[in-house]
Design a protein around this ligand. Structure first.
Ligand SMILES: [Zn+2]
Length: 233
């Protein structure tokens, strides 16, 4: 393999490495959990929090209601047991019992309302959970595909790196220095093939003499127009 061919092959390997590295970065970025999944999980979390808060309120109201029930029962006992005879005292108990009953009825109304709300929230929870399940399943499928792509790209990269290393063993340092400088200046392409008597890098026509020189010179010959190293096949 001639020196320019080696550089051309090196460029192929480097371009491949650049391309696969970019692709790999894109795939790895897409492997992060997507926004739509995070949002669905947050929606379910919010519904569950609402559910918890309502249940807590339910327990509090139930406790209050039970407490009132007991107090009312005590008063009823005093009222109807016959132990208390004083009419003034009895009327006081009666008033107290009435007030507590009214209070308890309000608490019970609140409980009923709350249970309806809870039912609604539980329905929402069910919907969100089903949706999340579906999205998670979709993500598992996508993730599996992306992971396979990632593996494939890593293998491709390893192959290109190995090829590059082999080529590097035989490339003279001065050639490599010129190559890296030109690659930086010429958007990754330091070597240009000569095709149909033209430099493939800048499309400038070349004379037969120039082509002959590029083919036979032991040193790399550069295009007079774009400066790239010319590779004549
Ligand atoms: Zn050129």
């Amino acid at each position: 393999m001639g020196r320019t061919q080696q550089l051309y092959e090196l460029q192929m390997a480097d371009l491949e490495i650049d391309e696969k590295t970019e692709e790999l970065a894109r795939v790895e970025e897409r492997l992060q959990e997507p926004e739509w999944l995070i949002e669905a999980r947050e929606r379910l979390g919010a519904q569950r929090e609402k559910d918890q808060a309502l249940r807590k309120r339910q327990r509090e109201l139930e406790y209050t209601s039970e407490d009132l029930r007991e107090k009312i029962a005590e008063l009823d006992d005093k009222l109807y047991s016959g132990r208390v005879r004083n009419p003034k005292e009895l009327s006081g108990f009666q008033q107290e019992a009435d007030a507590l009953k009214k209070q308890r009825s309000k608490v019970e109304d609140g409980l009923l309302e709350l249970m309806l709300e809870l039912e609604e929230v539980e329905r929402e929870c069910g919907t969100e959970l089903a949706e999340l399940d579906q999205l998670e399943q979709r993500w598992r499928g996508e993730h599996e595909q992306l992971e396979a792509e990632r593996q494939r790209l890593k293998q491709d990269l390893a192959r290109s790196e190995a090829r590059r290393a082999t080529l590097m063993e035989r490339i003279p340092q001065s050639d490599y220095r010129l190559y890296t400088t030109l690659r930086k200046e010429r958007a990754g392409k330091a070597v240009a093939k000569v095709e149909r008597s033209m430099c493939a890098g800048c499309r400038i026509s070349m004379s037969t003499v120039e082509i002959h020189r590029a083919r036979t010179s032991p040193e790399p010959i550069r295009c007079g127009s774009c400066g790239r190293i010319l590779y004549v096949t």
